[in-house]
Design a protein around this ligand. Structure first.
Ligand SMILES: C[S@@+](CC[C@H](N)C(=O)[O-])C[C@H]1O[C@@H](n2cnc3c(N)ncnc32)[C@H](O)[C@@H]1O
Length: 331
């Protein structure tokens, strides 16, 4: 009939707890974790909570510490073979999620290329929390105003994807949240200066209070604050970079599970258009998270804009053929 939700950090268990009362709560609330907890989470809790974040387009934020411990050295060797250490390399990590793997990669690259400029990007760097002051209800949406979750303790209700009808109480709350959400439509678009501002200040638009919920890992945020060579920005894989760069990595995003052939082609064109001549593109997918098995391809852009496959891990990227055919077609 109904499922409760996790709305306080002390209720959050990444795996089944042993104590009976906590275990029972875990069973009736599993999967329904308030994204509001991101704001107060420590490093470890942040990483565990990220597994519960799914964007409105269905893409999960899945990423985790050491995910690329065996990919980074292979890629770094390719870069050492292609660029001189004193080169002022521009490196971009696209669809970087919490930017944790970007942070880890940058740590290994900076000693090799001290003049490096590293940019980690993702289409979503934070979510938006809207509190209705009259009821205390919380709505959590993406930056474009697409509602993801509704929180009214003891319920945490998924709106995207919608709650199934076999938990009718949750589904009715989900439908009512969608209707009420439409009344807040006047909040959008949110002011660009507030979205771009670094601070945590809330935006008050009576009867609503609007806050940002961070999606960037605290380690990556700290590096961006302390080292000007590392930065984080909002960017879509369908857009070209503002400045042509030497290296682009796009892992676990350009997959057929997420995008159509047309979209993948558009993203591949954006990558090629963003690379300098002789630039390197690392693309692929992690096929086994437990043992860090990746199917990835490394391309180099030639002087006529063509891609050359220069290295492969596992079976290579799902879109390896698409990328090579694309360059042949555009020559
Ligand atoms: C599965 S995560 C991959 C994270 C990281 N690259 C890794 O491999 O660990 C996919 C990421 O793609 C982001 N994403 C989805 N659509 C995107 C787009 N159009 N442009 C840029 N990022 C996008 C999501 O926000 C999510 O963080």
């Amino acid at each position: 009939m109904l499922r409760l939700g996790v709305w306080r950090l002390e209720q959050f268990f990444p795996a089944a707890p042993s104590q009976l009362s906590s275990y029972l709560f875990y069973r009736v609330s599993r999967g329904r974790v308030s994204l509001r907890l991101l704001a107060a989470a420590d490093d470890q809790q942040f990483e565990q909570l990220m597994r519960h974040v799914q964007l409105a387009n269905g893409v999960y934020r899945t990423t985790f510490r050491n995910r690329f411990h065996n990919l980074d050295p292979v890629v770094n060797e390719v870069l050492r073979a292609n660029f001189r250490p004193q080169e002022k390399l521009l490196v971009e990590d696209w669809a970087a999620s919490a930017c944790l793997t970007s942070y880890e990669w940058a740590q290994t690259l900076l000693p090799l290329f001290p003049g490096l400029r590293f940019t980690a990007s993702d289409v979503a760097l934070f979510l938006i929390e809207v509190e209705d002051r009259r009821s205390g209800d919380i709505f959590i949406a993406d930056q474009d105003g697409r509602l993801l979750q509704f929180v009214r303790p003891p319920f945490v209700v998924s709106v995207q994807p919608p709650e199934p009808w076999y938990v009718p109480v949750n589904r009715l709350l989900c439908e009512s949240a969608k209707t009420r959400w439409q009344k807040s439509a006047g909040l959008w678009p949110l002011p660009a200066e507030w979205l771009d501002a670094r601070g945590e200040a809330a935006l008050v638009r009576e009867p609503y209070v609007v806050r940002k919920l961070p999606l960037v890992h605290p380690n990556a945020m700290a590096l961006a604050r302390s080292d000007a060579r590392f930065s984080i920005c909002r960017h879509s894989v369908f857009e070209r970079s503002q400045t042509p760069c030497h290296v682009i990595r796009s892992m676990n995003i350009l997959n057929r599970a997420y995008f159509s052939e047309v979209e993948l082609t558009q993203a591949a064109r954006a990558v090629i258009g963003s690379l300098r001549t002789h630039g390197i593109w690392v693309v692929g997918r992690t096929i086994d998270d437990e043992s860090s098995v990746h199917d990835a391809s490394v391309f180099r852009k030639g002087s006529s804009g063509e891609l050359e496959l220069i290295s492969r891990m596992g079976n290579g990227a799902e879109i390896e053929r698409l990328a090579l055919d694309l360059t042949l077609a555009t020559r």
